[in-house]
Design a protein around this ligand. Structure first.
Ligand code: BES
Ligand code: ZN
Length: 883
């Protein structure tokens, strides 16, 4: 009775008690790749620091061999067996109840356990690959955020850092990898036992094991770190590119963080079944194939960029995350801020203009955070099941954007110095958000904590309204919501502005709701002249878009901005920002669609990839909404957008140009895909012609990787009831390719037919055994508008299966977000709510609310478009204007 009472005390707690803390794990694992079971033993050195009769640690889906559990105290040299072992399934904990209080000090806890190599891509799991034409299983771990407990019993929280010594027993012809190098190998006929070196202090979620048949390519950094990229047998040449990026990145971060890479080796490995994009396990980074492998003949420029940025991101974690770890998941964003990945990618590939492309990330943060169903960056986590949900655009993209905002406010040098001292101070330990602010505040002398608290502790962000009154610039901040609703919130906003030229800049903190700036102080003589010459003034706030806020220009300032765009006065980052702000304001009914359209018209000769890519996104959404609001305008608006893209389409053509830039190569694919989607018949015909040559004669010269997706879109847009051959052709390529990037490229177009039946067939294919569970979501990204109703019906019909199969995490939530968010009416929102009312679970709850809010935002927008009486006239005028 007393015992049970004691156990109850530990139930439903967000965190493990700290009366006993682990310092060292010795883990033995023996996976059976045929039966997909594993057995193991663990010896955990534990320091008992408070009086207790209990040991409370995590375990899930493991069967613990009761008689095997012992605690041996070093001080008393007693060997104690627990009276009771209680597994609390819901909380994924194991409570070991002992008869007496333990002596304080160090002891060892031992236990044997067994488990299953599951097929859910978390914990200790199996992934299937081909070897000599046969299916084989590999054993892989994915522990972040909280699944180490599915592999061995442990204190599975990031702050319980310990050292790890791994021993693996595997078939002797197999490769077995873990975080550290092997120190000893014992082979006995067909099995071998590998003993790995003890790791430095690290968190459980970074422990990793991979067992399978692999080959590798390898290299060394200048200071001797041994780097390998492992692949399936036959694919190692596809690892060369990422190997090269990894070596350069390690060298770069060593300089940047002023601390060497902490381990003797770094392995990176491609796993065919993988839930996330990649995982930064200490010394053994695991990746999806698409994020690690690069094929000279079949990978596109976009694939190359993805590989480089993911590698750079995961390697940044070796410092940020692995060496210095967040104290709790509330501070996840400290780990996941994408900044540092971009830092290395930018330094290795300056021509990619990664910092301009970074604006795509800022924008996804801004979009999600404009929902009232968003959440603060620092969010309370009360149960392991809540952690998955915060790996979202708030922790990643908003987090990274805030760091960039702060960096540009403090200056890059000061920022780097502070980071280096932060890493030094918290190495092999844990940190909270506040710890970072303290270091930055000390180094910079700026009020970093107050400034940043306003951004990380409350959700949302401001829109700053600017007007000119009596020679003064008036600023007013208020919460920006995509719904256009008012709301509370105030931020300390680092304002930057330039006046008539980039030479005339000012920066200050907007600390209150309103503020005024005297403009006279700006007007140096050169600037005044410039204004006079042009006969127009312009003021751009948020210079270079480094701030996480939107700007609404009123009156003459709005006209000035338009003037600056039309007369090419602004940098590409600012052109990007103005378009996106205008788009967001329009969606929130704060600005008319007519004015957005006429702004878009000013981008018809835009040359830059990032800006054009945004223009395409904005155009597609605007078309979608206009078609819902006013279908008669469909042809005209498409005509307008085709006209906007024409200039670039002609400049780029279909064939790659000798020596062209990486960005042009990516742009070509995006422009042609967009034109194909818009029904531009010249593009569609050319796409089909090239596809046929490629498909029938396997002639890749006409269809290099960068335009392949565009051609696939042409194929799918021409699939209808009477002609399904294009769909079959794509499936054939899908089935014959063993390159994951090719497969996902096809999946992303497969549901893009105008024929709902063909869409349904494609969606059913996603659920078939021919598509790995990790890949289904690619297909959901490309559902045609004509297919959205059938997709919704399909989702309802298959929901039970989907929920069971995809369980939790982004793979599951993408089914909800991608199908649901396409609608734009209140009736649909209600229907969706009703369907999910009885099916809601913690795994989808936040995504569902956000998706429903998006539907309602769309519905609002549609209503205000309908109210815009002169819209038809404006669209016609823009569509058929003379260039
Ligand atoms: N730590 C994450 C992987 C992860 C995500 C584990 C979610 C558990 C749950 C990893 O570092 C990561 O962020 N990967 C990204 C790629 C990156 C370039 C943003 C991913 O998985 O897409
Ligand atoms: Zn990450």
């Amino acid at each position: 009775m007393a015992e049970t009472q004691g156990v109850d005390h530990f139930k439903g707690q967000p965190r493990l008690p700290k009366f006993a803390v682990p310092t060292k794990y010795e883990i033995f694992l023996k996976p059976d790749l045929r039966t997909c079971k594993f057995s193991g033993n663990v010896l955990i050195t534990v320091d008992v620091v408070e009086d207790t009769r209990f040991l409370v640690l995590n375990a899930a889906e493991l069967s613990i061999e009761n008689g095997s559990v012992w605690f041996r105290s070093f001080s008393s040299s007693q060997k104690l067996q627990p009276l009771e072992i209680v597994a609390v399934e819901k909380d994924e904990i194991l409570v070991l109840v002992f008869g007496d209080f333990f002596p304080h000090g160090v002891g060892v806890l031992e236990m044997n356990f067994e488990g299953i190599l599951n097929d859910r891509m978390k914990g200790f799991y199996r992934s299937v690959y081909k070897y000599n034409g046969e299916d084989k299983n590999m054993a892989v771990t994915q522990f972040e955020p909280a699944d180490a407990r599915r592999c061995f019993p442990c204190w599975d929280e990031p702050a319980f850092k310990a050292t790890f010594k791994m021993i693996l027993e595997v078939p002797s012809d197999h490769v077995a990898l873990s975080n550290m190098p092997v120190t000893k190998e014992e082979v006995s006929s067909d099995v071998k036992k590998l003993f790995f070196q003890e790791s430095p202090l690290m968190s459980t979620y970074l422990v990793a094991v991979v067992v399978g048949l692999f080959e590798f390519v390898e290299a060394y950094t200048t200071d001797g770190t041994h780097v390998r990229v492992y692949t399936q047998v036959g694919k190692s040449s596809q690892g060369k590119f990422s190997l090269d990026v990894a070596v350069k990145t390690l060298e770069l971060y060593k300089e940047y963080f002023a601390v060497a890479y902490a381990l003797p080796k770094l392995d990176m490995i491609a796993i065919p079944d993988f839930s996330a994009g990649a995982m930064e396990n200490y010394g053994l980074v695991t990746y999806r194939e698409t994020a690690l492998l690069y094929d000279e003949c079949h990978s596109a420029a976009a694939n190359k960029q993805r590989v480089a940025t993911v590698v750079a991101h995961e390697l940044a974690h070796q410092w940020f995350g692995n060496l210095v770890t967040m104290e709790w998941w509330t501070h996840l964003w400290l780990n996941e801020d994408l900044q540092h990945g971009y830092l290395a990618a930018d330094s290795i590939f300056p021509e990619w203009k990664i910092w301009t492309q970074f604006l795509d990330d800022t924008v996804s943060g801004l979009r999600l955070d404009a929902l009232s169903e968003s959440h603060p960056i620092e969010v309370e986590i009360n149960h392991a099941s809540e952690i998955d949900e915060i790996f979202d655009a708030i922790s990643y993209q908003k987090g990274a954007s805030l760091i960039r905002m702060l960096q540009s406010y403090l200056g890059a040098d000061c920022f780097q110095k502070s980071l280096a001292s932060y890493v030094k101070k918290f190495a092999y330990s844990n940190a909270k958000t506040e710890d970072l602010w303290n270091v930055l505040e000390e180094e910079s002398g700026e009020p970093v904590k107050a400034l940043m608290n306003s951004w990380t502790k409350q959700k949302g962000y401001p829109v700053v309204n600017v007007t000119i009154k009596d020679g003064q610039l008036e600023l007013e901040q208020s919460l920006f919501l995509a719904s256009g609703s008012p709301g509370a919130g105030e931020w300390i906003v680092p304002i930057t502005l330039c006046y008539g030229s980039y030479a005339t800049q000012k920066k200050f903190l907007l600390r209150t709701k309103f503020d005024k700036v005297n403009l006279d102080q700006f007007l140096g003589p050169s600037n005044a002249n410039d204004q006079e010459r042009d006969g127009s003034i312009w003021i751009k706030l948020n210079v270079d878009q480094t701030g996480f806020y939107r700007v609404k220009y009123e009156g003459e300032l709005e006209a000035g901005i338009r003037y600056a765009i039309e007369n090419n006065k602004l940098s590409e980052t600012d052109r990007f920002g103005i378009l996106d702000d205008s788009y967001a304001l329009c969606m929130a009914s704060k600005q008319s669609l007519s004015s957005l359209l006429s702004l878009m018209a000013a981008y018809s000769e835009e040359p830059e990839y990032t800006v054009l890519s945004l223009l395409i996104t904005v155009s597609c959404k605007v078309i979608y909404m206009i078609e819902d609001a006013n279908p008669e305008l469909s042809d005209d608006i498409k005509h307008f957008v085709i006209g906007l893209l024409q200039h670039s389409a002609e400049r780029l053509g279909w064939d790659p140009k000798e020596g062209e830039s990486h960005l042009d190569a990516m742009l070509r694919g995006e422009i042609l895909s967009a034109l194909a989607q818009l029904g531009h018949s010249i593009t569609q015909n050319e796409g089909l012609r090239r596809f046929n040559a490629f498909f029938n004669d396997m002639d890749t010269t006409l269809l290099p990787p960068d335009i392949r997706r565009a051609a696939y879109v042409c194929v799918m847009r021409n699939v209808d009831k009477s002609n399904k051959s294009g769909y079959e052709s794509l499936l054939k390529i899908y089935r014959e390719s063993d390159l994951s990037q090719e497969k996902t490229r096809i999946l992303s177009c497969l549901a893009d037919s105008p024929d709902p039946d063909a869409v349904l067939e494609a969606l059913n294919f996603l659920l078939s055994s021919e598509v790995r569970n990790q890949d289904a979501f690619y297909g959901l990204g490309g559902i045609s508008k004509e297919g959205r109703d059938i997709a919704w019906k399909w989702l309802k019909d298959n929901w039970d299966y989907i929920a069971k199969t995809w369980g939790s995490g982004h793979l599951l939530t993408s089914f909800v977000s991608r199908v649901v968010s396409s609608f734009s009416s209140e009736e649909k929102a209600v229907e969706i709510e009703e369907f999910f009312a009885s099916r809601i679970t913690p795994a989808i709850s936040r995504t569902l609310k956000q998706s429903l809010e998006r539907v309602r935002v769309n519905a609002n927008w549609v209503r205000s478009i309908r109210r815009e009486s002169s819209l038809a006239e404006v669209v016609k005028q823009l569509a058929y204007r003379k260039p």
